[in-house]
Design a protein around this ligand. Sequence first.
Ligand code: NAP
Ligand code: ZN
Length: 350
Amino acid sequence: MKTTGYAAQTKGAPLTPWSFERRELRAGDVAMEVLYCGVCHSDLHQVRDDWGGSIFPMVPGHEIIGRVTAVAPGVTRFKVGDAVAVGCMVDSCQHCRPCRLGEEQYCTEGMTATYNGRDRVTDEPTQGGYSKHLVVRQEFVLSVPDGLDLSRAAPLLCAGITTYSPLRTWGVGPGSRVGVIGLGGLGHMAVKLAAALGAHVTVISRSPTKTADALALGADEVLISTDADAVAKAASRFDLIIDTVPVDHPVGDYLPLLDLDGSLVLVGQIGPIGQPSSVPLVMGRRRLAGSLIGGIAQTQELLDFCARKGVLPDVEIIPIDRINEAWERMERADVRYRFVIDMASLPAAG
Ligand code: NAP
Ligand code: ZN
């Protein structure tokens, strides 16, 4: 099927309109029209090839809300007209231990990324949600519960699940003391979700100008990371810190903020993290960990949780021809707090 989208033709290139082919439906596939797609900092990283191995042309986008337009034989869970969602992955081996545990993102054969990956059957590059149409096997399609505002739900599919998953893994609930480093797309969802789970939440930000927003999003306190006195006073105060900073940074500076048995979970930077000393780890039985998105079952749990609790991302909806400007603003940490592309602004294939 011919479709259109916005693609980077080469490494670091601006996004421009592009026509390309979506695969014909295979048994078990769901076809959808994309209604909304969130804009993740990972989109920028991958177009710049920050993680190596990027494939071009590349249509980014892995926070996708759509409506089913066709289903192939074998599809039992969806019908034409259903509101559906797709996140960061579209396939995995389905039989390794992580897959059997419902943690497909850690598939030992490698999960298939929604874009900048390769189809497990044809080896063709996958293309993401900055486009009009998408075809995905039903196991990787989520149901959007009634009552979840479609125009705001897209960021749950990456920013939401990436922060919800460690909150659940580390058992956050009433009484938990949670710190969130970096108030961007992931950070603002971490604040909302931790607060909805009943935790005491502190935003740890470089940006004093975000203080009022942080409190409005549900944080109880704000710690400005450049205020050395305030940081020193916050020693041993947290059970869990979620670090969303998208670049190399001195993670070791934050470890003393953890209480005994506390954990700092990296979800932002994928690469070097300065040269943290083991002293605060050894001397306080503290833990340094990482986490990648979340499994399909947990993503559905998150969507249902957000519908039930009325938790929704704060979004700025843009037409697709403003995407390059949105990326520039994201790079300057000027996002309040997630851009979402209204795909109705993208003309259909001519
Ligand atoms: P974002 O919206 O750009 O937010 C990042 C925030 O980090 C900024 O708003 C800023 O907050 C802070 N920040 C930015 N540059 C910084 C710097 N040089 N030093 C310290 N803090 C800085 O990005 P995002 O979409 O939330 O994504 C964050 C990172 O998570 C990206 O690297 C992305 O690739 C990664 N990611 C990982 C996963 C996963 O599965 N682990 C999933 C999705 C995304 P303040 O102004 O408050 O300081
Ligand atoms: Zn993402």
